[in-house]
Design a protein around this ligand. Sequence first.
Ligand code: OGA
Ligand code: MN
Length: 301
Amino acid sequence: MPNYQINKISDQFGVEVIGLDVSKNLNEKDTKVLKNLFHRNHVIVFRDQNISDEEQLSFTENFGELEIYPEVDKTKDSQKTYHVANVNLDGKHLTDKDEQVIFQKVNQRWHTDSSYRFIPSYASLLYGIEVLPDKANGGETEFVNMFRVYEYLDEKLKTKLEYLHMVHYYEFGRRMFPNLPPVSEFEKENIPPVSHPLIRLHPERNNSRSLFFTANAGNEIGGMTQEEGSCLHKKLVDIVSDSAFKYKHRWKKGDLLMWDNRCLLHRAVPYDINKYRRVFRRTTVAGSTAIKGPCLDPEII
Ligand code: OGA
Ligand code: MN
C-alpha cells in the first residue's frame, strides 16, 4: 500500500495525492502507480509541495522526456521551465499592460500545451508558488474531458468532423494580441504551422476517440473557406464552454498540478491581474508520436 492518500477531487475526473513529497526520488513501483493513476484520472494534484526548479524538473522526468522550448517567449524562465506569472523574476508585480502578462492571456482560451507543434506535449506540471486568496474571483485553471465531449456530440456533427484537420500555429497568439512583438525568424523556421485531426485516436486506449482542437492556436479548418472554418471552430468552442464534463481547480499554495494534454483542454480563468499576484512554474513532458486521426479503411481506397 502506498504511504500517501488518494482522493477524488470532482464528480468528473481528477484526484489529489496527499502525503507524497515529490522532491524525494520515486521508486519504480511508485512511478508505476502514479503513471496508472494519471492514465485513469487525467489530473493529479500533489498537495503541500515545497520544491525548487531542479526538484520539479527531476520529478517531471519520471514521466518522460522534457519538452524544450525554442520560442522566445517572455514567460520562459529557461529552456525547460515556464514562469507563468504576473510577477517578474525580481518579484515585481506587473500590470496587465506588460508583455509578460499579455503572453499569458493566450492561456485564457481553451487549449492543450504546444498544440502548434507537430508533436504536442503529453503532460504539463504546474506548481503554485503564489496563488489568489480564497475571496478573489477567478484565477482557477479549468479542464474539460474531451473523450466525454466527443461521445456526446450529435451524430451528424461527428460524421462531419471525421476527416477534418485544424491548422495550429504559434503566431495566432499575435493575432489575438497584436501589441506583442512579432514572432522571430528563428521561431518561424522552427515552429511552422501544422495541422492535426479534429478527432483524435488514442492508440494506448484501444483507439478511443476524443475531440481535439484549440482556441489559442488558430481557427482555420483544412479544406474549408476561412469563414466556414471559423464558424465550425466557434461551434466547437461553444460546445466545450457549455460542456458539463469539466473540473475547475481552485489553487492552494504548494499544489503541483499535473494534467494530460492528450485528452483534456484547459484554460486559465480570468482574474484581476492588477490586484492579485499569481506565480506558477511549469514543466512539460514531451509527446512521443504525432496525433493519429481516423483514416479510411485501406480496402476502400
Ligand atoms: C499553462 C496554462 C493555466 C493557468 O501554463 O500552460 O495554461 O491557469 N496555465 O495559468
Ligand atoms: Mn496551457
